[in-house]
Design a protein around this ligand. Structure first.
Ligand code: ARG
Length: 453
């Protein structure tokens, strides 16, 4: 059993129960690269301000390289006394060179862990951004290849008005774009270095926080040391961004579940991205989509759980803050896995465009077009709505087909009845951002532009 970092002050060692509860090494070791990067920047800064002998600095930097290589290779031997990744790295560096004992000069684990986690989160955001973009490009590729195909659009899950399939696919693409934009805003806000804040109050030593900030690629330095070590807003924001993204993926998942049912029959799933039943030979199940729906609950849980952890914490660092990592890591892992699998599922889906068209061509879906036909003939929309509504009611009551009733109507007539022909209604919604294939052409252009900037 090695020494604790505070062995000078304590007569006895830590109890087993304390260690089991307190140690964060099992989950924070995945921040080793960030921890070592932070130490490199810190040690170099210490040397530049004259707090570290240049030879010792070179030796410690070399030891940090060794430690990183050991951790990368999985040959690093953790000691029972390694409470967290910060302790483990420092302990091993000091084993490799006695000047390791100077590495923590002017630094606390409080500013160190805040620095590491910001670096880790920054990198995670970059990875998630490219995975979201990948799914957006899959949606775009489908939107470009499905041509004029259309399906019923729904409100209240009741057939409403037909829309181009490309339009529907891009709707998800735009939601994902907002997810990326939120993550980018968050990334800009979190890219501020807490290193140099010390435990909470700065340092009596001539540290240069601007130097370490620049070396680590941060855009700015903390303004207030108390805030620097106690701020975990960026974790909460990231958890929100990922929960929101998870909710979007869940909604896409739900549609794939509905669409792949025999009741809808709008898509056929690829064998590689669906599962079978252990008992019912005929089954093909949309497990990926269901997990996308299910995982959203866990992501929302991480957000609410962590906000609850933060609530009521006094300044500055409190050990409660160690609870930031597990929800964050799990949320990132969950989102990455889900994005990849859902992308594969969406990429390989077959759209059953004929089935879609059958639903969309129900004459009732064009009822709004009939009302708008009357509006074009100067009737007030409310009155037009009532005229068409009455015909719909008669048709549903079996008094004739809607087409015949419209053709026979004194207000509407045969010209209006033509609006009920297959494919007519969907083509008429040509306004900006609307659902016709013609309007979608401009939208596709805007979407491509957003993806390529
Ligand atoms: N493992 C700790 C964490 O994750 C590091 C900070 C410990 N600081 C302290 N004063 N005990 O938050």
């Amino acid at each position: 059993m090695g020494n604790t970092l505070w062995h000078g002050r304590f007569a006895g060692g830590p109890s087993e129960a304390l260690q089991a509860l307190n140690d964060s090494l099992p989950f924070d070791q995945r921040m080793f690269r960030e921890d070592i990067a932070g130490s490199r920047a810190h040690v170099q800064m210490l040397a530049d301000v004259g707090l570290f002998d240049p030879e010792d600095c070179a030796a410690v930097l070399a030891a940090l390289d060794t430690v990183e290589a050991e951790l990368e290779a999985g040959t690093f031997e953790f000691a029972a006394s390694d409470e967290d990744i910060h302790t483990a790295v420092e302990r091993r560096v000091t084993e490799l060179h006695p000047a390791g004992a100077r590495i923590h000069t002017g630094r606390s684990r409080n500013d160190q862990v805040a620095t590491d986690l910001r670096l880790w989160t920054r990198n995670a955001i970059d990875q998630i951004d490219s995975l979201i973009e990948r799914l957006q490009r899959t949606l775009l590729a489908h939107a470009e290849s499905v041509g004029d195909a259309y399906l019923p659009g729904y409100t209240h899950l009741q057939q409403a008005q037909p829309v181009a399939l490309a339009h529907h696919l891009l709707a998800h693409g735009w939601a994902l774009q907002r997810d990326r934009s939120r993550l980018a805003d968050n990334r800009a806000r979190l890219n501020v270095s807490p290193l140099g804040a010390g435990a909470l109050a700065g340092s009596s030593l001539p540290l240069d926080p601007a130097q370490t900030a620049a070396a680590l690629g941060f855009d700015a330095v903390f303004d207030n040391s108390l805030d620097a070590v106690s701020d975990r807003d960026f974790v909460a924001e990231t958890l929100f961004d990922l929960a929101m993204l998870g909710v979007h993926l869940s909604r896409m998942g739900e549609e794939l579940i509905l669409w792949s049912s025999s009741e809808f029959g709008f898509v056929t799933l690829d064998d590689g991205f669906s599962t079978g039943s252990s008992m019912m030979p005929q089954k093909k199940n949309p497990d990926i989509a269901e997990l996308a729906r299910g995982k959203a609950g866990r992501l929302v849980g991480h957000l609410t759980g962590f906000l609850t952890t933060l609530k009521g914490l006094p300044l500055a660092y409190n050990k409660d803050l160690q609870e930031d990592k597990e929800p964050l890591f799990d949320a990132v892992d969950t989102v990455c896995l889900t994005l990849l699998a859902l992308d594969g599922m969406v990429a390989t889906v077959t759209f059953e465009v004929e089935t879609m068209a059958v639903g969309a061509d129900s004459p009732y879906s064009a009822a709004t077009d009939l009302a708008e036909f009357l509006v074009n003939r100067q009737m007030a929309f409310r009155d037009a709505h009532a005229v068409v509504g009455e015909l719909v009611r008669k048709a549903l009551a079996g008094e004739g087909s809607l087409v015949d009733l419209v053709a026979a109507s004194p207000e509407l007539g045969p010209e209006a009845a033509d609006l009920l022909a297959p494919g007519v209604s969907v083509a008429r919604r040509t306004t900006h951002g609307g659902g016709s294939a013609q309007a979608v052409a401009a939208q596709l252009e805007r979407f491509r532009r957003v993806l390529n900037r």
